[in-house]
Design a protein around this ligand. Structure first.
Ligand code: THU
Length: 142
């Protein structure tokens, strides 16, 4: 398992996620979120949430960052940092946890940071202990 992010790395990632958050398109919820993803080759990809007038089409910051990483050739990530407003650290939603499970593993680090200062560090195994996995039924066996 790769080493945990040190404090300096976390600080830099929070900065990148916070900058991405400033570009959030969140006119419906008013809740701006930024995320930074660390790939297994240490490249970092940051993104913001992108809402839509058809509310259900809105995209979370974490999934936007993961999609950007994949488009740049990433197939595995080791950490995700999420930054949002409010008093509580912003835990990724269930859909985002499932996306993190696709590219990460039980030890993937998730760092949640509220602009107000509250922080939480967790592993994917803590937040989504038993992710959905597509078994052999997904290989076209109908
Ligand atoms: N949101 C994220 O970007 N990440 C999450 O993990 C949860 C929620 C966004 C979606 C929506 O634009 C806004 O926060 C309010 O739910």
């Amino acid at each position: 398992m790769p080493p945990a992010l040190d404090d300096l790395a976390v600080a830099a990632l929070v900065g990148l996620a916070a900058t991405a958050r400033e570009r959030a398109h969140a006119p419906y919820s008013g809740f701006a979120v930024g995320a930074a993803v660390v790939a297994d080759d240490d490249r970092v990809f940051a993104a913001c949430n992108v809402e839509n007038a058809s509310y259900g089409l809105s995209l979370c910051a974490e999934r936007a960052a993961l999609a950007e990483a994949v488009a740049r050739g990433v197939r595995a990530v080791r950490a995700v940092v999420v930054v949002a407003g409010g008093g509580e650290p912003p835990r990724p939603c269930g859909a985002c946890l499932q996306w993190i499970a696709e590219l990460g593993g039980p030890g993937t680090e998730i760092v949640s940071v509220s602009i107000g200062g509250a922080r939480e560090r967790a592993s994917l195994r803590d937040l989504l202990p038993r992710p959905y996995r597509l078994g052999s039924e997904g290989a076209g066996d109908r």
